[in-house]
Each structure stands twice: as C-alpha cells, then as structure tokens.
Design a protein around this ligand. Structure first.
Ligand code: ATP
Ligand code: MG
Length: 363
C-alpha cells in the first residue's frame, strides 16, 4: 500500500509451555496497511501470537518477517512497532505530553521535534491541547486515547493492540471502534488487533483470523466469514447461529427436521453435516412478500417468544421439527405487522445463498 506500513509474514509459528502447545503451527500473511484482527475464545492463543509478533514471546519454532526483514529473534525495541494493551500502561507521574513523548525520548529523536509531533498525535485522538494535564485527571476513554497516541507518535509501520477497548463501557467502546477505523486510514500503518468480541472484529477489520486451541481455523474478510464459515466452530462463533443436524437430500439439497432446503454452495464432503442458521439471514414470510418465490427455502413453525430490544425485535421460533431458531425484525410497526402472536404458526424464509451447511467439528 504505502511506505507508512509493512507486511507481516508468520511461518509455521509454534509456542510450547512445557508440553502444552499455546500456538500450534500458525502461518499467516498480513498485507502492508491491512487491519487484521485475531479473534478467538479465552485461551485460544491470541495474546501469545501477538507476543510473538512483538518479540515479547519467543516462538519455539517458525519464523516472523516484517517485509523482507527476519525479526524472529529481534528484541521488541528493535522491531519498530507501536503497542497498545488493555490496561493503558501509562506513567501516572508524567503528564499527557510526557507520556506521548516517551517513545521519542527512547528512540533519541531530536528533542526539538517532540512538541510538534506530540501535538499532532494528540490531535489525531481528539485530545488536542491536553499536553499538560496529569493522567489522574483523565477519564478511562481519554487514557486509552493517550495510550494510542503514544503507540503511533513515532510513526511505526506496524501497531499491535491487545484488547485495548475492553476496559471501556459499551457506548465508549463502540465509538472508539469507529474512531480507530478512521485513525487506521489516516495512519496507513498495518494493525494487528486482538479481541474476543466478534462484533468488534467485524466493525474494524479488513480480515479476521480465527484462533481455536492455538490453531488458526480460518482467515477471511468479515463478510466471507459469514458467508463461508469453514467449520461449525466458526459458524457459531461469528454472529448468532443455531446449528441444526442436516442430512443429504440429493443434489444441492439438505433435509433439516423433515424439511428440504436448497443450498447455493456445494455441500462439504464430511459425513456429518450441520445447517448453520444465522439470525441475520432469516426473514418472516408475510403478506408483503407477494407471490411465493419457489427459489426460497421455507421453514415453518410457531412463534415461541418475541422480545423487544430497542432497535429490533428478536423473534424465537420453534420449528416443526422441534429445533429453535431466532431472527430479528425491525422494531417499527411495519416490521411488527409481519409477526404473529406467540403460539401462532409462522413461516420463515432463508435464501439458498444464505443456507450454510458446515461439517460437524471433530472435537
Ligand atoms: N507464560 C505462560 N506459561 C504457561 N502457559 C501459558 C503462558 N502464557 C500463556 N499460556 C497458556 O497459553 C494459552 C494461550 O494463552 P493466551 O494468553 O495467548 O490466550 P488468549 O487467546 O490471549 O486468551 P484471553 O482472551 O483470555 O486473553 C492459555 O491456555 C494459557 O494458559
Ligand atoms: Mg489475551
């Protein structure tokens, strides 16, 4: 992309703690300027992989390159990276300006350049003029912004972040996600971002890398992750999916609880299949639907519950086969008109392209 960023190449990286494999043969290429999130449940190896990139954790085997440079055994301070952690790690006795200037001091950058660079970094996180404040005077969100400014003040080509927003409340976290996205565009740096929050990963990332038990399960764009989950684990981890046992019904069809559904994509070769019914892919069949489209999959059942959630209504449906799925309907009255009362019959629609069948995971 630009010379403000660097590509990262991880080759067969593993990390053992005794006999335990925290990172298991991970290979991943990150493009210059890309925003990649490492997503996975607790203990899946996200922080370990980030540590390997930052030089805080030595891989037991494998190699790491930044561009053409092999950095596998380079200490952190020689890697030219910016780092942001969950707990800010600011120096409480220094001012905001002194905190942000810290990496410039550590790198022996000419002192005359500091004030302007610090001012510019603070402006980028919307803390212009905050140089002389003490850290104690700042809110949690402001502290995290200072930590961000400190991470990029020296214009690193790669920035590593480990759950930097998890200490913030929901509203602030969501606005910071959007800000980080914009900041990433302006900085042009490559960003590797650790989170266990799939929504956060979807909001910010160019690509998401899903980890499970130290292994890389799938690397894809946010949309690709939804459309082509490689395993049942990915399908249930991304978004809100219900997994239902599915049987081959010939050609592009699967049978789920006695109903045959058509799939636009080829079925996996595995013996045991699951239909991943994603909440956001279902629609209530209503009077507004018009002539019945034979190309759509139809699932019938009864309304089990309707929950008002502000911007949407969550509708729970017990399908005729007994399985429970849910969908969202807009909370405005046009959306509500389509929903029968609790206990009444309902038909939900699923497009063949949204009919996602995955192999049942081995373990
Ligand atoms: N220094 C260590 N010694 C022994 N085991 C470790 C060490 N560091 C990490 N582990 C183990 O490696 C596995 C992966 O840890 P890691 O911190 O990378 O997970 P994570 O995905 O970042 O989880 P979380 O979301 O909880 O932060 C865990 O089972 C952890 O207990
Ligand atoms: Mg972690």
């Amino acid at each position: 992309m630009s010379d403000g960023s660097v590509g990262v190449s991880i080759r067969n990286a593993s990390r053992r703690y005794g006999t335990f494999l925290a990172l298991d043969d991970v290979s991943l290429d990150i493009n210059p300027g890309e925003f990649v999130s490492l997503l996975g449940p607790s203990g899946s190896g996200k922080t370990t992989l980030l540590g390997v990139l930052g030089g805080f954790v030595m891989p037991s085997s494998g190699s790491i390159r930044f561009g053409a440079r092999d950095v596998t055994y380079l200490p952190p301070h020689k890697r030219d990276i910016g780092v942001v952690f969950q707990n800010y790690a600011l120096f409480p006795h220094l001012t905001v300006g002194e905190n942000v200037a810290f990496p410039l001091r550590a790198r022996h950058e000419p002192k005359s350049t500091w004030p302007e660079r610090v001012a510019r970094a603070l402006e980028m996180v919307e803390l212009g003029g905050y140089q002389d404040r003490s850290i104690a005077q700042l809110s949690g969100g402001q502290r995290q912004r200072v930590a961000l400014a400190r991470a990029f003040v020296f214009r690193p080509k790669l920035i590593l972040m480990d759950e930097p927003l998890s200490a913030l409340d929901k509203q602030l976290r969501e606005s910071m996600q959007i800000e980080l996205r914009h900041l990433h565009r302006r900085l042009e740096a490559t960003i590797v971002y650790v989170t266990h929050d799939q929504r956060e990963a979807l909001t910010m990332s160019d690509r998401i890398a899903i980890l499970r038990g130290g292994r890389l399960v799938q690397v894809d764009t946010p949309e690709g992750m939804h459309d082509r989950p490689a395993t049942a684990f990915v399908a249930s981890f991304i978004g809100e999916a219900t997994l239902l046992p599915a049987l081959r019904a010939g050609g592009d069809g699967v049978s789920v609880g006695g109903t045959t559904l058509r799939c636009a994509k080829p079925l996996p070769a595995a013996a045991r299949l699951l239909l991943a019914v994603q909440t956001e892919k279902l629609m209530v069949a209503g009077p507004a639907e018009g002539p019945q489209d034979p190309a759509l999959n139809r699932l019938s059942g009864r309304v089990a519950d309707v929950i008002y959630q502000g911007e949407s209504l969550r509708v729970f449906v017990t399908l005729d086969g007994g399985a429970r799925v849910s969908l969202r309907q807009p909370a405005h009255y046009l959306g509500r008109l389509a929903i029968p009362a609790i206990g009444d019959p309902i038909t939900v629609l699923l497009h063949p392209r949204d009919t996602i069948v995955v192999a049942e995971d081995e373990a």
